[in-house]
Design a protein around this ligand. Structure first.
Ligand code: F7E
Length: 268
């Protein structure tokens, strides 16, 4: 199916007769959303609306999960963000997710459909695409260690994120749809590290110093940056009994180890 095509989504949902829908599909790369605002807004907003509308039209008791994002908080004025923190998005991507959040909420309130939004902070793993900074670093470190690359160019290495492991976060999504009532949940680790910290740990893991390899490329800086994001997941911990299991250190090591294995096996 295509998020740009209501009929295709409707037909798939009609045919599959799902009990639960996890709507994760989107143009999810924040930097690209500045280059092509129109596609990002069209795909992310209309795509979400099409899935929600199909659920409503099909009249089945489908539980719906919407992938919200910490990018909805954007430029924050509080150290920690929870479900009550005001949204202040800084990118077309963030704006599209705020709209998706309100669409999801409105279908819950107006049509009594079980719809929940997970406001997920950055979640990483070896499966992350290399356009995102964590995988760019882990892959770059592996290539540098194996002599395939000399330098790693990055943008704003001072920006801070609450990085968790995708495996833990998928578990949170599933838990949200196993509840008796729907709602919104902030999902993060409650710990914050900079891009620089990630690079430092990743290079250290293979016995190198990031300062000898990282170069700063100003063209990788965003027109409007989100400097810091840090989750307060008390609601999820209490209501979903959810706890993140992977530490930042283990996340970095898992990603670097996986890329070392990849580079050794395929040679690129
Ligand atoms: O950037 C900085 C960059 O592209 C993280 C998506 O899954 O999480 C993700 O969004 C930070 C930013 O992820 C480079 O400026 C420095 O401050 O890995 P990212 P993101 O923008 O935080 C949220 C929760 C989502 O919902 C999104 O879909 O790292 N940074 N140097 C860089 N970022 C990239 N990509 N490349 C660099 O070279």
């Amino acid at each position: 199916g295509s998020l740009e095509n209501y009929a295709s989504l409707f037909k798939i949902i009609q045919k599959a007769k799902p009990d639960e829908i996890y709507h994760l599909a989107a143009q999810s790369y924040v930097a690209s959303s500045f280059d092509d605002e129109f596609s990002t807004l069209n795909i992310n907003i209309n795509g979400t609306h099409y899935v929600l509308s199909s659920v409503k039209e099909l009249g089945k008791k489908i539980k719906f999960y919407f992938a919200g994002s910490s990018e909805m908080f954007g430029k924050v004025s509080t150290k920690y963000q929870n479900e009550k923190t005001p949204f202040n998005p800084r990118s077309p991507y963030g704006i599209s997710k705020v709209t998706g959040y309100y669409l999801t909420k409105n279908y819950r309130e107006a049509f009594k459909i079980f719809t929940s939004t997970g406001i997920l902070f950055n979640h990483e793993s070896p499966r992350r695409g290399s356009e995102f900074v964590t995988r760019k670093i882990s892959y770059g470190v592996a290539r540098i260690k194996k002599g395939l690359q000399k330098k790693l160019s990055l943008g704003n290495i001072n920006s801070k994120r609450d990085w968790g492991h995708a495996r833990d976060y998928v578990n949170a999504m599933w838990l949200m749809l196993q509840q008796d009532t729907s709602g919104d949940y902030v999902i993060g680790t409650g710990k914050e590290y900079s891009v620089r910290d990630f690079a430092d740990k990743a290079f250290k893991h293979v016995g190198l110093n990031y300062e000898d390899y990282v170069t700063i490329d100003k063209t990788l800086m965003r027109p409007a940056e989100v400097d810091t994001l840090l989750a307060n997941s008390s609601k999820a911990k209490k209501q979903l009994k959810w706890q993140p299991k992977t530490t930042f250190e283990n996340l970095v090591i898992e990603m670097v180890e996986s890329d070392l294995e990849f580079v050794t096996k395929f040679g690129y």
